[in-house]
Ligand binder design. Structure first.
Ligand code: NAP
Ligand code: GDD
Length: 345
């Protein structure tokens, strides 16, 4: 049987990197879309590098941007993937209040651009939309597939738009398009300004004597934090079903930001109260207070179940930070021989 071809948008992000690993392990040809930047942004996938001239190479990068619809259509036409995993987005909730218009364009309309490209090219591919628990916003937990949305940020609003665009293309054109409604998932590859990575990194650096304080916003918000490496398996399973459908992916437990801080500092033997200070710049104009997902449908139909809970996640993230601090630092500019992925362009 010929290997399947997947296209991942957002391959340079946290989830994109884990998903690329998973699909390569499964024997897929993996194509990824990356943004052109003046610095390298492929750090999370450099370890997957294979020289594209090598006959065995199975990972290929292409320049592209979610705001450029004709480029997306041209890429779909030339790659002709069997499965499209749409993970790219302006994904930071706090930033979305500062850049609401860009967030709507990228995170919301970006999905329509891809779906419309699939429709106009006439590709018989399957489509995964990275939907979010942020869509539930102020609707009280537990949240499942039937829970009404009440988004509380421009990011949440954009994700609701993209969720309905995905359902609409499924209903209107019969495209196999699914929404994975994923609750917060974290890892050592998490962006450094999301609260879990920020706190894990601060706890490790304070322990190592590299800093003394960390400034945070609201400590009362509660989140259902799972492990990203496990969540990408659920994405893949959603595209292997007979019928397209939408699924919540979560651990079913919740902890406050304060709990997470305590877990990280406890792990390095420090009292968090000595090192955490409040800064209102990290407070959002409207907050999502409490998210806890009910992933019973995913367990029943996809056979997916998480194993890593928040306390273990906090410890593994702090250990990764401590490990990185004890290794010699990687030079900022690539040294000759270091594999840096170059998009084909
Ligand atoms: P992430 O680490 O922030 O990665 C986002 C990716 O999107 C990066 O590869 C980024 O490229 C790319 N991107 C951003 N703007 C783009 C644009 N205009 N054109 C092309 N690419 C663009 O996010 P993540 O945590 O992996 O999350 C993956 C997806 O799941 C996102 O859609 C996010 O909103 C959604 N989601 C995440 C969670 C979570 O807890 N992690 C939960 C629910 C849903 P650069 O590397 O160049 O920045
Ligand atoms: N980022 C950040 N920085 N958050 C802070 C801070 C801080 O200094 N202090 C407190 N928080 C609180 C936020 O107010 C929020 O209630 C909580 O920590 C989690 O914030 P983030 O880690 O930024 O994640 P998020 O829940 O807003 O959004 C993430 O999860 C969504 C799924 O529910 C992102 O990954 C989204 O892309 C994703 O859709």
């Amino acid at each position: 049987m010929t290997a399947k071809k997947a296209l991942i948008t957002g391959i340079t992000g946290q989830d994109g990197s884990y998903l690329a690993e998973l699909l390569l392990e499964k024997g897929y040809w993996v194509h990824g879309i990356a943004r052109r930047a003046s610095t390298f942004n492929t750090e999370r996938i450099d370890h997957l590098y294979e020289d594209p001239h090598h006959p065995q190479a199975r990972l290929f990068l292409h320049y592209g941007d979610l705001t450029d619809g004709s480029r997306l259509a041209n890429l779909l036409e030339s790659i002709r993937p069997d499965e499209v995993y749409h993970l790219a987005a302006q994904s930071h909730v706090r930033v979305s209040f500062d850049e609401p218009e860009f967030t709507g364009n990228c995170t919301g309309l970006g999905t329509t651009r891809l779906l419309e490209a699939i429709r106009s090219v006439g590709l018989p591919c399957r489509f995964y939309q990275a939907s979010s628990s942020e869509m539930f916003g102020s609707t009280p937990p537990p949240q499942c597939e039937e829970t009404p949305f009440h988004p509380r940020s421009p990011y949440g609003v954009a994700k609701v738009y993209a969720y309905w665009a995905t359902r609409n293309y499924r209903e209107a054109y019969g495209i196999y398009a699914v929404n994975g409604i994923l609750f917060n998932h974290e890892s050592p590859r998490r962006g450094p300004t999301f609260v879990t990575r920020k706190v894990a990194s601060a706890a490790a650096r304070i322990k190592a004597g590299l800093q003394d304080l960390v400034y945070l916003g609201n400590l009362e918000a509660r989140r259902d934090w799972g492990y990203a490496a496990e969540y990408v398996e659920a994405m893949w399973r959603m595209l292997q079903q007979e019928e397209a459908d939408d699924y919540v992916i979560a651990t079913g437990t919740s902890h406050s930001v304060r709990d997470f801080v305590e877990l990280c500092f406890e792990h390095v033997g420090l009292d968090w109260r000595d090192h955490v200070r409040f800064d209102e710049r990290y407070v959002r104009p409207s907050e999502v207070d409490h998210l806890v997902g009910d992933a019973a449908k995913a367990e029943r139909l996809l056979g997916w179940k998480p194993t890593v809970r928040t306390p273990e996640l906090a410890r593994l993230m702090v250990d990764a930070e401590l490990g990185a601090l004890s290794r010699p630092s990687v030079p900022a500019a690539p040294t000759p021989g270091r594999a840096v992925l170059a998009p084909v362009s």
